[in-house]
Ligand binder design. Structure first.
Ligand SMILES: [Zn+2]
Length: 215
């Protein structure tokens, strides 16, 4: 458990060091803990996070240990349902990262056409889940529906809200989130140059092949 808590702290620090947080510094992070539970940050403030500011929560939604703030009790299902859906996911992060937030505000998918996305495991466009009140069944269903409809995606843009990213562990998730924010920022900047261009169809296969070679 300590190891997972430290991994959450490291992931939160990466987000601030990489400059991908919104002005409020709002985020929630979790790590899978055993077969049926997770560690979840106790509230939405993760600046200077310490390893004691996490709670153990069952994937059934019941808090087992720790003082989870009521504002974060609302977001339990957004994390637990992803762990239940994707057995390979070990870390989940939700932020309002500014350039990804622009896509969320516009309710637009983030196209997959930045090479680094492929290298960090995002090989498809990031879909958008339609807005519903934070933590509501409707909101969670909208996110899970997109994750199911796009089995290759490791992130979902939350319409008019932010983004949810899920990868093998919290640190890998923070690194993928950083690359997603870079991609979103570059997409917006490229509009002034006539718009980003798509990668050739063969790009994904070529990247997979070259990654297999270095392993
Ligand atoms: Zn949020």
């Amino acid at each position: 458990m300590t190891q997972q808590a430290e991994s959450i702290v490291r992931a939160a620090n990466i987000l601030f060091e990489n400059g991908v947080m919104s002005h409020t510094g709002h985020a929630n992070l979790s790590a899978r803990l055993g077969a049926d539970s997770m560690l979840l940050t106790i509230d939405g403030q993760v600046r200077n996070l310490t390893a004691d500011r996490v709670a153990t929560v069952g994937l059934d939604g019941v808090v087992r240990e720790g003082d989870l703030d009521p504002t974060n009790a609302e977001i339990i299902a957004m994390h637990s349902e992803i762990y239940k859906l994707r057995s390979d996911v070990g870390g989940i992060i939700h932020t309002h990262s500014p350039s990804l937030l622009a896509f969320a505000m516009a309710n637009q998918a983030l196209p997959c056409r930045y090479e680094a996305l492929l290298r960090w495991g995002q090989s498809v466009d990031v879909p958008v889940a339609t807005w519903a009140p934070r933590g509501s069944d409707k909101s969670v269903s909208a996110i899970i529906d997109q994750a199911k409809a796009h089995p290759e995606t490791k992130a979902v843009i939350l319409g008019n809200h932010g983004v949810l990213v899920f990868a093998s562990d919290p640190v890998a998730t923070a690194q993928l989130l950083t690359v997603l924010e870079e991609a979103a920022e570059a997409e917006l900047a490229a509009i002034g140059l006539g718009g980003a261009q798509s990668l050739p169809e063969s790009a994904l296969a070529a990247i997979r092949e070259s990654m297999a070679r270095v392993r």
